[in-house]
Design a protein around this ligand. Structure first.
Ligand code: ADE
Length: 316
């Protein structure tokens, strides 16, 4: 069987194919073009926003534009000082270093990163005690492109190192989502009825990754059941996945039910909710709640989370 990675097939491979995030795309491109014209290495950039909005894809496009190799890693993968040291010393001039989940770097690694980002050097401690000394290694010019879903967890000094810009990726508009789904359907040779597109858009949480995931499952469903790509097929595929018409899954509905019934609509503190749902606080704040707020199903107040009338209706 042929090995095809569907996700890389669906990824945009040029800026023209990348739909939405217009301001970010424009600002990054101006910086890349200006750096290139000066013969300078682009400055370090930070991308933040909810998962699935295209941070990794942007790093690929940046590397492609600059013509450098892309080396990818993540905060949790860099455990020891030696990990970063070997990563940095193995870079070639012009490389793009992509570090996903940069908020999960530990303090020691951050300390190594500062001089590397600011002055392009690696300070290495040799020995211990009174005879300890540091040697400095010059690093090749490189650009760090870092990504995070939780910018508030980055230390101020680390944030200050991204002199090439800090860019927030926004949820996509319905119109952009239609374009993204249409583009993916074309690549997969799926002739989607417009009702099927609408159904997927409504359930895709303004997130291309989710849209592509749902689209692939609709394709599976249609092929196995030998049915067309209609709105009905899309609805049946969503039902099979336990996803409702607004894209809420089990945990989202449990969240709303807990807030509505167990806590009588709130206000309820995040810690209380996390404990009741046996879910991580960070996941609630970064993944579950932003979309529920976007739908107008919940509100965050200074006294805690509250359900809205719309939210209550949705789970009744
Ligand atoms: N797939 C994932 N993100 C995309 C985007 N922004 N534009 C087009 N296709 C995408």
């Amino acid at each position: 069987m042929e090995h095809i990675n569907l996700d890389s097939l669906l990824r945009p491979h040029s800026w023209d194919e990348y739909i939405g995030q217009r301001d970010t795309k424009r600002a990054i491109n101006v910086h890349l073009e200006a750096s290139q014209a000066r013969g300078a290495q682009p400055e370090h950039m930070l991308l933040y926003g909810p998962p699935g909005l295209g941070k990794t894809t942007l790093s690929l496009l940046i590397a492609q534009t600059v013509g450098g190799n892309l080396k990818s890693t993540s905060g949790p993968a860099l455990e020891k000082v030696g990990d970063v040291a070997s990563l940095l010393t193995n870079l070639s001039a012009g490389d793009i270093l992509f570090v996903d989940e940069i908020h999960r770097l530990n303090k020691m690694i951050e300390e190594v990163l500062y001089p590397a980002l600011e002055r392009g050097v690696l300070d290495i401690m040799i020995g211990k005690g009174p005879s300890a000394r540091t040697v400095q290694l010059d690093l090749p010019p490189f650009t760090l492109v870092a990504a995070t879903t939780r910018i508030a967890l980055l230390s101020a000094p680390l944030r200050a190192r991204f002199s090439g810009g800090v860019y927030r990726l926004d949820p996509y508009s319905d119109d952009e989502m239609v374009q993204i789904i249409q583009r993916s359907a074309d690549i997969l040779s799926m002739d989607l009825e417009s009702g099927a597109i609408t159904t997927i858009v409504r359930a895709a949480r303004a997130t291309p990754r989710t849209a592509n995931y749902l689209l692939k499952r609709v394709r599976d469903y249609a092929e196995v059941h030998k049915v067309g790509y209609t709105a009905d097929t899309a609805k049946l595929a969503l039902e099979m996945l336990g996803v409702d018409d607004r894209g809420l899954g089990k945990i989202d509905r449990e969240y709303l039910k807990a807030l509505s019934e167990k806590f009588s609509g709130g206000p309820t503190g995040i810690k209380t909710l996390a404990a009741a749902l046996d879910e991580d606080e960070g996941t609630l704040e970064d993944v579950i709640e932003p979309y529920l707020m976007r739908l107008g199903f919940i509100e965050r107040t200074s006294r805690g989370r509250m359900i809205t009338d719309h939210g209550r209706e949705h789970v009744e």
